[in-house]
Design a binder for this molecule. Sequence first.
Ligand SMILES: Nc1ncnc2c1ncn2[C@@H]1O[C@H](COP(=O)(O)OP(=O)(O)OP(=O)(O)O)[C@@H](O)[C@H]1O
Length: 337
Amino acid sequence: MAPRTGSAIAAEHLVKSYSGGRGKPVVRAVDDLGFEVASGTVFGLLGPNGAGKSTTMKILSTLARADSGTAFVAGIDVNRNPGRVRRAIGFVAQKPVSDPNDTGAENLVLAGRLQGMSGRDAKARARALLDRFGLTEHAGRQVKTYSGGMARKLDVAIGLMHRPEVLFLDEPTTGLDPEARAELWAELERMTGAENLTVLLTTHYLDEADRLADRLAIVDHGRIVTGGTPEELKNGLRGDAVIVELAPDADAVVALAALERVGALREVGGDGRTLRARADNGAATLPAALAALEAAAVVVASATVARPSLDDVYLRHTGRTFTRAQESAEHVLETAS
Ligand SMILES: Nc1ncnc2c1ncn2[C@@H]1O[C@H](COP(=O)(O)OP(=O)(O)OP(=O)(O)O)[C@@H](O)[C@H]1O
């Protein structure tokens, strides 16, 4: 496959398996996965822990080799020319890369020098990036004194030192508090506009994908289950979500049957005490839904109507809510550790 003009990333039929270790089955982390990212755009890979996002990113950034499939990054074949790909990309991993005992400015200049920049160029670029990320007044402080949000911004700046064409951001805001997340989102939005960068972002936060990604792909069990702009994905669902939270002793089976009898509701389903359905006009349908539940002697704790969210998109394509998928992935990780 040759990359299409205008696409900064083009991946096709990628497969990567890991041995599960002593007597355990092989894990197919990436399973026939492919997508394209237009130059100068932000593309999000959204999925719960273990979906295969990091493995995909590692293949595209040459840190891992696919068992099969092809991938071009910045027009370069990752299998044939990994060295050239590395020079064209920046990679911001989940773990910090800065030296905690050096200052922010020292970390940036060192990163630039390692990438082959002259001392003067590295210092000028470091100054510009410190300014862009609001770190100028902290430039002379050791990184170990930075807050989590500041250290994360520095990691992104380090990834940008050598002016990459494509930036990989692996779960950029995991572990940050809500305020630091919001601040980093704003910085990332400004940065992508100013640097004419292509960004591939992985995240398990629905709101992060919704806010930052021009287009996104939802990944589940190593495969892309659906993709598009956040708006396209949400509009594809037609109608509002009607969400009913049952009281603790309510019978969920009886409640589901009652909702299924309401003509204006479709896709009625349940996840524990939370029941969900779709309706063309959620607000107009809610009274009938509540009346049906009352007639069936089901006690309701709360009921809401919402415009479609990416969680609804995820549910439609995978059969489970994102929160449930994330919880079960975390359970697997805890059991394994
Ligand atoms: N080096 C490895 N050896 C064995 N199994 C691995 C390895 N790396 C990843 N896996 C497995 O491959 C699957 C996909 O993992 P991957 O890290 O790509 O998912 P992810 O969506 O990025 O999740 P996370 O957000 O937790 O990083 C998981 O089942 C994981 O346990």
